[in-house]
Ligand binder design. Structure first.
Ligand code: NAD
Length: 291
């Protein structure tokens, strides 16, 4: 490290709170070294109320770019100079690039990572009908990116009570305005008959809820009787690597049963490309940090 850091080394970083558990510094520093980029990556604990000051400070310091995690992902969007089309629709950023002129542009690579992960498994979203379980941050990013990438239909299912259902309704409205070619709808998750019909009619079923993730591991929202050989089943959950839903989809012989770890990898790859214009050594990073 001491031979890598010089007076010219560019700083990249992660802001959010907490960040101590993040795997991003290891992943980016390894990738900078492997690709010969003179840069270093740190994580800064920035609570929500400090987001604006942190953005100004990073601008003053002339960082190369930064990632944003919870709880700052939504707030950060209002302190940037521009947003990518996806970030604008999602209303949240996880990657901020800095132009030659110092202009800050917000991007959201979560949806890009999900779509790329499907692609790496031989599945394209263009023309496909998706059922998305959940209406939080990950679900919104996936719905927006899939719609922008040409999905024919997105049917969101979320619990009827609580803040997330109205958030899903806003996503549906935004998609109807911005991507009218994609049919978008939202239905309460409690309507089991509607869910069964939607799963029977769709190409790709996505779990973007916390169900399946610790402490809800061992739980699933989908009756395995709904699985069939043509169906693609994808989870956003990566801890555990294989959720019960993914295990049951595999056992039922679904066309593909894809866990969430690839989404995490590919969102990082997309951010690295935005930061540096170079490809992260994805396979090496997968083996070294994600297996
Ligand atoms: P969030 O808090 O924004 O949204 C949580 C969602 O889960 C909401 O739709 C909520 O209604 C739903 N939910 C929570 N408990 C539920 C229950 N018991 N039954 C039904 N629905 C329930 O969280 P998020 O950031 O959108 O994360 C959602 C999932 O996506 C998490 O499992 C997270 O691990 C995963 N995720 C994965 C990646 C990746 O790169 N693979 C990235 C971001 C999030």
């Amino acid at each position: 490290m001491e031979s890598r850091i010089s007076g010219h080394t560019k700083l990249y970083c992660l802001i959010g709170s907490p960040v101590g558990h993040s795997g991003s510094p290891a992943m980016y520093n390894y990738s900078f070294e492997r690709t010969g980029i003179d840069a270093a990556y740190l994580a800064f604990n920035i609570p929500l109320e400090e987001t604006e000051k942190a953005v100004q400070a990073l601008k003053t310091l002339g960082v190369g770019g930064f990632n944003v995690t919870m709880p700052d992902k939504t707030a950060v969007a209002s302190y940037l100079d521009a947003l990518s089309p996806a970030a604008k629709l999602i209303g949240a950023c996880n990657t901020v690039t800095v132009g030659e002129d110092g202009k800050l542009t917000g991007h959201n690579t979560d949806g890009m990572g999900f779509v790329r992960n499907l692609h790496e498994h031989g599945i394209e979203v263009k023309g496909k009908r998706l059922v998305v379980l959940g209406a939080g941050g990950a679900a919104t990013a996936i719905c927006v990116q899939a719609a922008l990438d040409g999905a024919a239909e997105i049917a969101i299912f979320n619990r009827g009570q609580g803040d997330f259902f109205p958030n899903g309704q806003r996503t549906v409205e935004k998609l109807r305005q911005a991507v009218p070619a994609c049919r978008a709808s939202i239905t309460p998750l409690e309507d089991k008959d509607a869910l069964a019909r939607a799963v029977a009619d769709c190409d790709i079923l996505v779990n973007a809820t916390r169900v399946g993730m610790k402490p809800l591991d061992g739980e699933t929202l989908i009756d395995p009787a709904l699985f069939r050989p043509e169906l693609v089943v994808a989870d956003t959950v990566y801890n555990p690597r294989e959720t019960r839903m993914i295990q049951e989809a595999k056992a039922a012989g679904c066309r593909a049963a894809i866990g969430g770890i690839g989404m995490l990898l590919w969102q990082g790859v997309a951010a690295f490309k935005l930061f540096t214009g170079k490809d992260m050594p994805a396979q090496e990073v997968l083996e070294k940090f994600f297996s």
